[in-house]
Design a protein around this ligand. Sequence first.
Ligand SMILES: [Zn+2]
Ligand SMILES: [Zn+2]
Length: 309
Amino acid sequence: MEDLAESKRKLPGIPTRRKGGFEQPWDYLQMCTWVLFPLILVHYFAFLYFLLWDSLAAKVVLTVLFIIFAMSTLAFAATTCSVDPADEMLCKEVQPIYNDPIYCYLCETDVHPTSKHCRYCDKCVVKFDHHCKWLNTCIGEKNYFYFLMIVLSVFLLTTESLALSIALMVESFADTDSFMDRIRHDNRFHHFLGSPISDNAVQSLLVVSVFFFLGFVAMLIQLGGFHIMLLYRGMTTYDFIIYEQKRQRDLEAQRMQEEFQRQQQQQKDQQQVPDNDDIEEAPVETVEDAGAGGEIVGVSSIELTPARM
Ligand SMILES: [Zn+2]
Ligand SMILES: [Zn+2]
């Protein structure tokens, strides 16, 4: 029994209870986050910034906005990963502090009724929403707000990059000569890269940027919309998954029930209506039986026998 509890308690590679996203073991999606975020910053400061319009005010406003969105993303991500969303009962050596606790046999203690045990972090999390692999931490009551703020900040950050990429791409294709003259005006772009860059390379990079950020923003809109729906319905992601699984099971059970009833009805119908094959075969049976009884039958009857085989 103890071995069973122990095997269910931990996933392979989870040595101890984890407090947050900055503790090992790392997740490969977390590595993607750590690569993607700097990539978005590099994309702006090493590429888009040099293509911006000559207006100093526009450059300052756009860059300040970008920095604000980037800093808020970083701050909220750091907070989300730092806050330990574990149930209070795991942290305190006290008697149950909840009115209606439930017992977690993995944590071996009473926990909040909304707590769920995360096998990745090996702990119960109050109002468990989900385990975020991109941040490598659980999202629960204590850090759900910060998680939503990350989604909003990244959405604003990538939307700015997308909007700029689209505007610059359209401009570069609409009037390539004046666009390239503008970015070559004070030679900053070429100076930064160390060598001249071709028109096609700039345009290709802008097209790739548009598709990259388009996918990113679409994913964030879907994620944000999903959580707005959850907030509206007063559910967590976990609740929604359980609800959907139950709904799918109920639908499948209903479909099987209907199929079973249909088959039963078919069998009843077949029993009520005489079988046409039996009617057709009746004379043949008579012929065979007659032949077996040694009676001389007509030629037409004898020819019928092999016809049934
Ligand atoms: Zn637990
Ligand atoms: Zn977790």
